[in-house]
Design a protein around this ligand. Structure first.
Ligand code: ADE
Ligand code: ZN
Length: 334
């Protein structure tokens, strides 16, 4: 069994595998602009974040009913369990569904039906994080938070995703303030394609507790010092960075340098159906390509639980951390 780990950067819509997409398309009478799963997979060649997002949002057309969202989450959890995931904090993009006429309640009820039985079925505890699309307006984000109010018992936090450049964090100051007042935790994508300044802004203006990606902090030594000092976790997604051409090759990934600098980094899959692997595959890829030793992998697994929003269940966090310390690395998948 792979090392126990938490996954903290995972878009549930990004787990939609071609086979499930075609099955849901048939069930819902949706025609996809691809002949079959091979042709769809063949379209997974991205030049940047936007080229991926165009396909990602397009394929969501097959997600229509609560049962579709339940099936999507079940499929993810089953794969995640096989890769050692014990806790998952899962993003979803309500605006990508409400814009197509799928009510937010359908999305949340559908996902919840899967997450509620996740522990019993897959041995995975879960949290849900609702993301705002940063290329939509601040008003739309506020309306989304308002629409989510009947479901706040299912939502742990808010996040910010989609096209980064030109949509700085400060655009969402008001909705993050409102989310904080409702007791929601705060994260945001920053420094994926956007500059290190967006990471500072996410911390200073939005008050985020964790930064998604944060890769480009490495261009700003003072910012690195601050992230180390304040123990701000970064949720890295190595295979995503290669597929979206944020870095040229995996060998160029700064993960090792970030660990050496003392940053609290975690490894995650982002959109595993599109980027060539789930979280364990990301662990294996960085182990192989960056020459990580077992103690590096243990640190990454430990960090994943330290960075998770388990403050409401410290007993569970302690149990997971003990599993990490007791784990013996062999030759198998990490
Ligand atoms: N939505 C899904 N995946 C994303 C990513 N890697 N960056 C920004 N928004 C996303
Ligand atoms: Zn992401």
């Amino acid at each position: 069994m792979p090392v126990p780990k938490a996954e903290l950067h995972l878009h549930i819509e990004g787990t939609l595998e071609p086979e499930l997409a075609f099955a849901l398309a048939a069930r819902n009478g949706v025609t996809l602009p691809y002949a079959d799963t091979d042709e769809l997979r063949g379209a997974y060649r991205f030049s940047d974040l936007q080229s991926f997002l165009d396909l990602y949002y397009g394929l969501m057309a097959v997600l229509r009913t609560a049962e579709d969202f339940t099936a999507l989450a079940d499929a993810y959890l089953e794969r995640a369990a096989a890769q050692g995931v014990r806790h998952a904090e899962i993003f979803f993009d309500p605006q990508a569904h409400t814009a197509r006429g799928v009510p937010i309640g359908v999305v949340i009820e559908g996902l919840s039906a899967s997450l509620e039985r996740s522990e019993e079925r897959y041995g995975i505890s879960t949290r849900l994080i609702m993301c705002f699309l940063r290329d939509e307006s601040a008003e739309s984000a506020l309306a989304t938070l308002d629409a989510a109010k009947p479901y706040l018992d299912r939502i742990t936090g808010v996040g910010l995703d989609s096209a980064e450049v030109g949509h700085p964090p400060a655009k969402f100051r008001e909705v993050y303030e409102a989310a904080g007042a409702l007791g929601l935790r705060k994260v945001a994508h920053a420094g994926e394609e956007g500059p290190a300044a967006y990471i500072r802004e996410a911390l200073d203006v939005l008050g985020v507790e964790r930064v998604d990606h944060g890769l480009r902090c490495m261009e700003d030594a003072d910012l690195v010092d601050r992230l180390v000092r304040e123990r701000v976790p970064l949720t890295l997604c190595p295979l995503s960075n290669v597929r979206l051409r944020t870095i040229d090759t995996l060998a160029d990934h700064p993960l090792r340098a970030m660990m050496t600098a003392g940053l609290l980094v975690t490894v995650n899959s982002d959109d595993p159906a599109y980027f060539g692997g789930y979280v364990g595959d990301n662990f294996d890829a960085v182990r192989e390509t960056l020459g990580l030793e077992p103690e590096h992998l243990r640190e990454l697994a430990r960090n994943s639980f330290l960075a998770s929003f388990l403050e409401d269940d410290e007993e569970r966090r302690a149990r997971y951390l003990a599993e990490v310390e007791a784990y013996v690395f062999g030759g198998g998948p990490a």
